[in-house]
Design a protein around this ligand. Structure first.
Ligand code: DC
Length: 221
């Protein structure tokens, strides 16, 4: 039997860095499902399709193949055969992902891919609806959160390190807008699963947060 761990939470709570490190320590694969929505968002941006234009996004899905491949334990996302793992990380791609993720046919389009990976692998899968919709039977569910200011501070630092010119205020406004959209949408909104353990990382450093997650998982396996 494989073990699946669902890790959900708002943007910038440290889900990806903490989950990646925890997965490595446990020998699980780490699956970042946001990358899938980002790839669809990038397709829309590249092709001049409005990211909230559900009719044209639905038509475009026929022309889109999204794949996840693991090189060692590093996930790469492919859009029609092209590795777009870097391009999906821009602030524009973040907002585009949030927009397209509210469209039901996009969620349906990406559903099987996520389920298939989880069926075959011990994994930590991170997203917004993993514990509630994608893997409702996951053995362990964690909802990772932090204050908006703390999340924006961390995201801003990451962007500055990459050479981006965004200001802290812009990063905070983007995060708050995404939180709002992701948690108010009709389909699969961001919310903790009833049986999830809620972990607020605002006052923890990276190692502390990672150890908390690893311990929660070890206790329950
Ligand atoms: O985790 P992330 O920031 O890379 O996700 C980008 C967007 O994709 C996020 O704002 C909402 C959407 N998303 C989602 O709706 N469901 C998921 N399981 C993962 C991401």
């Amino acid at each position: 039997m494989v073990v699946n761990v669902a890790v959900d939470g708002p943007a910038g709570a440290g889900k990806s860095t903490i989950s990646r490190a925890a997965a490595k320590e446990l020998g699980f694969i780490y699956v970042d499902t946001g990358a899938l929505y980002r790839a669809v968002g990038v397709y829309a941006l590249r092709n001049g399709i409005g990211t909230k234009d559900s009719e044209n996004i639905e038509k475009a899905l026929k022309n889109i193949v999204v794949e996840l491949k693991f090189v060692g334990d590093v996930q790469h996302v492919f859009l029609n055969g092209e590795d777009v793992s870097t391009e999906i990380r821009t602030p524009e791609a973040s907002m585009a992902a949030s927009d397209v993720s509210a469209i039901p046919c996009v969620r349906a389009f990406l559903f099987d891919l996520q389920r298939d990976i989880a069926k075959k692998n011990n994994c930590l899968m991170d997203g917004r609806d993993i514990g509630t919709v994608v893997l409702p039977d996951a053995k362990i569910k964690i909802f990772l959160t932090a204050s908006a200011e703390e999340r924006a501070k961390r995201r801003y630092k990451e962007l500055v390190e990459k050479g981006a010119k965004d200001t802290y205020e812009e990063v905070l406004a983007d995060l708050e807008k995404r939180d709002y959209q992701d948690s108010r949408r009709e389909i699969a909104p961001l919310k903790p699963a009833e049986d999830s353990v809620i972990v607020d990382t605002s006052d923890y450093n990276f190692d502390e947060a990672k150890n908390i997650i690893v311990n929660i998982i070890k206790e329950r396996i």
